[in-house]
Ligand binder design. Structure first.
Ligand SMILES: Nc1nc2c(ncn2[C@@H]2O[C@H](COP(=O)(O)OP(=O)(O)O)[C@@H](O)[C@H]2O)c(=O)[nH]1
Ligand SMILES: [Mg+2]
Length: 365
């Protein structure tokens, strides 16, 4: 499967520093967890989840296997990318492939590192990048609308549906607003996604602050937070440079270093979790003496399809899912306790798996 979060922004804002910190963290974890770098600019990282160790302790699991999220370091964009400037088209093609976008915004001052626009202004940078994506979307829709209208006139139901969406998105884009702000009903979601727009992807804002502001953020990141909030988007302030230092520290020194910086957890953990939520993903667990393992599904996934994430046979032969909510599993100290308290439910094929469910699938071969 692999849900992908693209790291996007102007050149020299700290994207690669951040990406390297993410993959170094993953490499450090590789001793414990299976890990792979897919391509130089694509890396998978473990999704930190404190529930895993809680469950493993109760069940006495030998191993903990977290679920993972993919990050893609996308080459820096410059003004005019939608017209093919810089790496233009290639850049846009890479963004098209990701499921969500993390905009990295430069919120640190450093005269030694050139800012392409010659000044530190994260909100204006975000606008520069997003404008290129909006222009690309606008052009792509305007190109398609004629053909859609033609098909719609000949009563093509799918074309009519798409045209209706396009006619709602176009005014937004023309008004300088991203497609994600369009009001889309649940049953229109699939058709909307099929438009394959760049600005319909969910976004989060990453303020890359100076080393001294790693724990608190700074005045620049405060402005990003405010603007993100107004849009209903998530923002995370981190110092990419500090993160790259933390990432290479041995586990036992890490805690001390974090404390010295006034950080409770690495900023990367916050970023990974924010990316995970942004993608609308939830986690269920399988727990046993061998391992406690986290699995990723999209919110709203039913039990057989959730089982299919483990193995297609589980989905095909699905009978039922023995289900214990995470909180029950912990309070009742495991499966036996939960069973005795009547907290183990037998769920069928229509059950929508909830975040934190501890599941045991019954299936026929
Ligand atoms: N002072 C400072 N420099 C940083 C920080 N993050 C990145 N840099 C530096 O900025 C330069 C560009 O970073 P890079 O990650 O290559 O940017 P990219 O072009 O967005 O991938 C490098 O020299 C980094 O060391 C930071 O938080 N503080
Ligand atoms: Mg780079």
């Amino acid at each position: 499967m692999g849900f992908k979060c693209g790291i996007v922004g102007l050149p020299n804002v700290g994207k690669s520093t951040l990406f390297n910190a993410l993959t170094q963290t993953a490499a450090a974890q590789a001793a414990n967890y299976p890990f792979c770098t897919i391509e130089p600019n694509v890396g998978e990282v473990a999704v930190p989840d404190p529930r895993l160790s809680e469950l493993a302790a109760i069940a006495g699991s030998k191993e903990i296997i977290p679920t993972r999220l993919t990050f893609v370091d996308i080459a820096g964009l410059v003004r005019g990318a939608s017209k093919g400037e810089g790496l233009g088209n290639q850049f846009l093609a890479h963004i098209r492939e990701v499921d969500a976008i993390a905009y990295v915004l430069r919120c640190f001052e450093d005269d030694d590192i050139t800012h392409v626009e010659g000044r530190i202004d994260p909100l204006s940078d975000a606008e520069t990048v997003e404008t290129e994506l909006m222009v690309a979307d606008l052009e792509s829709l305007e190109k398609r609308v004629g053909a859609l209208e033609k098909r719609a006139r000949s009563n093509d139901k799918e074309a009519k549906e798409q045209l209706d969406l396009v006619n709602r998105v176009l005014p937004l884009l023309r008004d300088g607003k991203p497609a994600r702000l369009a009001k889309i009903a649940e049953d229109e979601r699939a058709a909307f996604d099929a438009l394959n727009l760049l600005t319909s992807k969910p976004v989060l804002y990453v303020s890359n602050v100076d080393e001294g502001s790693a724990a608190t953020g700074n005045a620049f990141s405060a402005r990003v937070d405010e603007s993100a909030k107004a849009e209903g988007a998530v923002s995370v302030a981190i110092s990419a440079r500090i993160e790259s230092e933390i990432a290479v520290l041995p586990e036992d020194e890490r805690k001390e270093y974090l404390e010295a910086l006034g950080l409770e957890q690495p900023g990367l953990d916050r970023l990974i979790n924010a990316g995970y939520q942004l993608l609308g993903l939830v986690t269920y667990f399988t727990v046993g003496p061998k391992e406690t393992r986290a699995w990723t599904i999209e919110r709203g996934t039913r039990a057989p399809q959730a089982a299919g994430v483990i193995h297609s046979d589980f989905e095909k032969g699905f009978i039922r899912a023995e289900t214990i909510a995470y909180a029950d599993y912990v309070t009742l100290k495991g499966e036996t306790g939960a069973k005795e308290a009547g907290k183990m439910r037998l769920e069928g094929k229509d059950y929508v798996v909830a975040d934190g469910d501890v599941l045991h699938f019954r299936f026929a071969n």
